[in-house]
Write a protein that binds this ligand. Structure first.
Ligand SMILES: Nc1nc2c(c(=O)[nH]1)N[C@H]1C(S)=C(S)[C@@H](COP(=O)(O)O)O[C@H]1N2
Ligand SMILES: [Mo]
Length: 522
C-alpha cells in the first residue's frame, strides 16, 4: 500500500474536519447573516497581498469568476492543510487538535483585529467545535491498534483495545464531507458571491436629470443574433474590484469630501448632490485587465454630477495635476486633473440604467470617466477626491506595478460567429460576422475585417451613439468555402490611430493584439 492505512485515516479525519469547519461555519453565517464566513474573511485578507501577476492572471483565466475561484482555492488548500495535520495524528491527537483549532481561529483573529463585532466570530467558533468533534469521532472509529511490528492486531486479540469500525468510519467521513460540501455550496459565501446585482437594499430615490441622455439612434443597434447589445444590462455588467463582499453604505450618511491642494475644501452630502443639476450620459467602461476579445467592458446610461462642478467649487491650486479618488474600502485611483475638468462627461454617478447604483457597482456613488480604464478612474463607493500631484502620490494599482495613467486604447472584438461555431453559409457562400469596437472619448472611425489571410475589408458600422461609447460593426463575406476559417478584426479611431496588432500582456497597461475567431462553414 502506498500510504499506510493509519496515515490515510488520519489524513481523512483531518481533511473532513476542515471541510466540516468551513461548511458548518458557512451555514451558520448564512442563517444569522453574519459577516464571519471564514472563506470570505480569509479571501478578503489574501486579496491585497496576492502578487499582481497572480491576480491579473486569475482575472484573465476566470474573468469575473475570479472571486469564486479564489474562495474555492482557499477551501481546497484548507482541506489539504487539514489532511496534512491529520496525517500523523493518530499518535499525536492533541497536537493535531491544537493545530486545527488554531488555524480555525485565524479568521476570528483577522475579523476582530479589523474591527469586526464579536458576534461575527460565532460561525468560525461553531465550525471549530464541530470540526474538532468530527475529527475526534473519526480518530476513534479509525483507531487501529498495532502490535510491536506495526501490523494491525486482528480480531481475537486484546478485547479491551478498541478496534477500527471501518463502516462507521466511512459513514462519518462521508457525512462530514457531505456537510462540508453542502454547507459551502449553500452557505453565506456562495450566496454573497452569486448575489445578483438587482438585489439592492436601497431606498434612494433619484430625481429626474437636468440634462437627459440623447435618444439612442435606431441605426446604432445592429440586428445580428449573438452580437452584444449596445447598452449592457445592469445584471450583465462586468464587476471587477478587490472586495468579496461589497460595502453597505447608508446614502443618508454618505458624503464626498474634496480636499488636498484646493483653496476651498468641500463636503457634499447625497441630498445636496441630488439638488444640483445632474446629467445622464451613455458611457462605456472598460477594465485594463480585459484580455483581447474579452468581456470586461460594458456600456450603461449613467446619472450623476459632472466632477468638474465639484472641483470648480473646491478650486484646485496651481501645481496640482492629479485627483486621487478614495473609496470607503481603501481602494484609490489616480486620474489626471485635466481629464476631470475638461468638457467630457466625467461623473460622480449615482444612477445606472435608470436605477440607483447596485451595491456591486458602487452604491451610493462612484466615478465614471470617459476615455480612461476603470483602475485609474472609476472608483466605486467613492468618499474622497484628493487633489494632489502625480509626483507625490500613487494609487492602489500603481503601487502594485501598474501604470499611473490609463488612457483607453482603441480595441475591437468579434462576437459573431462564436468561437468554434459551425456556420451554414448563405447563398453564394455568404457568412455574417459582427462585433464591437471602442476608443472611448476619441470615437471609432473604421473597423476592418479579414477572412483567413485575405485582404482587409471595411465593415459596416452601427450609427455612433457618442464618442464615449463602443460601436457595433457587421460584415458579410461572400464565397466562403466549406471548411475552417478565421476572422480577424481591427479598428481605427477618429484620430487615425490603428489598433495595435502586436500581442502584449496586460501589465503595466492594457493587453494588445487583434482578436480573431475560428469557425467552420458547412
Ligand atoms: N472601490 C473600488 N473601486 C473600483 C475598483 C476597486 O477594486 N475598488 N476597481 C476598479 C476597476 S479596476 C474597474 S475596471 C472598475 C469596474 O467597475 P464595475 O465593477 O462597476 O464594472 O471599477 C473600478 N473601481
Ligand atoms: Mo479594471
Amino acid at each position: 500500500m502506498l500510504v499506510e492505512r493509519r496515515t490515510l485515516r488520519g489524513m481523512i479525519a483531518g481533511a473532513v474536519a476542515a471541510a466540516v469547519y468551513f461548511g458548518s461555519a458557512e451555514i451558520i453565517a448564512g442563517a444569522f447573516r453574519a459577516a464571519g464566513a471564514p472563506l470570505l474573511i480569509l479571501g478578503q485578507m489574501i486579496i491585497p497581498v496576492v502578487p499582481t501577476s497572480v491576480i491579473k492572471a486569475a482575472i484573465a483565466v476566470f474573468g469575473t469568476h475570479d472571486k469564486v475561484a479564489l474562495v474555492i482555492t482557499i477551501l481546497v488548500v484548507g482541506v489539504m492543510i487539514g489532511g496534512l495535520i491529520g496525517r500523523r495524528s493518530i499518535e499525536r491527537q492533541l497536537l493535531a487538535m491544537v493545530l486545527l483549532a488554531g488555524l480555525g481561529l485565524l479568521p476570528v483573529v483577522l475579523l476582530l483585529g479589523s474591527g469586526g463585532r464579536p458576534a461575527d466570530a460565532l460561525p468560525a467558533v461553531c465550525g471549530i467545535v464541530l470540526g474538532i468533534g468530527t475529527y475526534l469521532g473519526l480518530i476513534r472509529l479509525g483507531h487501529v491498534t498495532t502490535d510491536s511490528r506495526g501490523a494491525p492486531t486482528h480480531a481475537g486479540g486484546d478485547e479491551t483495545r478498541p478496534r477500527p469500525d471501518r463502516r462507521a468510519f466511512v459513514a462519518l467521513a462521508g457525512l462530514g464531507a457531505g456537510l462540508g460540501i453542502a454547507g459551502v455550496a449553500l452557505g453565506r459565501s456562495a450566496a454573497v458571491l452569486a448575489r445578483s446585482t438587482s438585489a439592492t437594499l436601497t431606498t434612494l430615490v433619484l430625481p429626474a436629470p437636468a440634462t437627459s441622455a440623447p435618444a439612442i439612434p435606431a441605426g446604432a443597434q445592429l440586428q445580428v443574433p449573438g452580437l452584444a447589445p449596445l447598452i449592457t444590462g445592469t445584471d450583465d455588467f462586468y464587476r471587477i474590484d478587490t472586495l468579496l463582499v461589497p460595502p453597505v453604505i447608508d446614502a443618508s450618511t454618505w458624503s464626498l469630501r474634496i480636499h488636498g491642494m484646493v483653496e476651498n475644501e468641500v463636503r457634499i452630502t447625497m441630498a445636496e448632490l441630488l439638488e444640483l443639476p445632474i446629467e445622464e450620459h451613455h458611457l462605456s467602461l472598460t477594465c485594463v485587465s480585459n484580455p483581447v476579445g474579452g468581456d470586461l467592458i460594458g456600456t450603461a446610461k449613467w446619472l450623476g454630477l459632472p466632477v468638474r462642478e465639484l472641483l470648480a467649487r473646491a478650486r484646485p491650486m496651481p501645481g496640482a495635476d492629479m485627483v486621487l479618488s478614495h473609496s470607503d474600502d481603501g481602494f484609490s485611483a489616480s486620474t489626471p486633473l485635466e481629464v476631470l475638468t475638461d468638457e467630457r462627461a466625467a461623473l460622480v454617478a449615482v444612477g445606472m440604467n435608470d436605477a440607483p447604483l447596485p451595491r456591486e457597482h458602487g452604491f451610493p456613488a462612484r466615478l465614471v470617466v470617459p476615455g480612461l480604464y476603470g483602475f485609474v478612474s472609476a472608483t466605486k463607493w467613492v468618499t474622497e477626491l484628493e487633489v494632489t500631484r502625480f509626483a507625490d502620490q500613487q494609487a492602489y494599482w500603481t503601487r502594485r506595478g501598474w501604470s499611473s495613467h490609463g488612457t483607453v486604447l482603441v480595441a475591437s472584438r468579434v462576437d459573431v460567429p462564436r468561437a468554434g461555431a459551425r456556420v451554414r453559409a448563405g447563398d453564394g457562400g455568404r457568412v455574417v460576422t459582427a462585433g464591437m469596437a471602442w476608443a472611448q472619448h476619441t470615437g471609432i472611425a473604421e473597423v476592418q475585417v479579414r477572412l483567413d489571410n485575405g485582404d482587409w475589408q471595411s465593415a459596416q458600422l452601427g450609427e455612433e451613439l457618442n464618442i464615449d461609447t463602443w460601436r457595433q460593426w457587421r460584415h458579410e463575406f461572400d464565397g466562403v468555402e466549406p471548411g475552417t476559417h478565421t476572422v480577424t478584426v481591427r479598428a481605427t479611431d477618429a484620430q487615425g490611430t490603428v489598433q495595435i496588432s502586436e500581442r502584449r500582456p496586460a501589465i503595466p497597461g492594457s493587453a494588445t493584439g487583434l482578436h480573431d475567431r475560428r469557425f467552420s462553414v458547412e
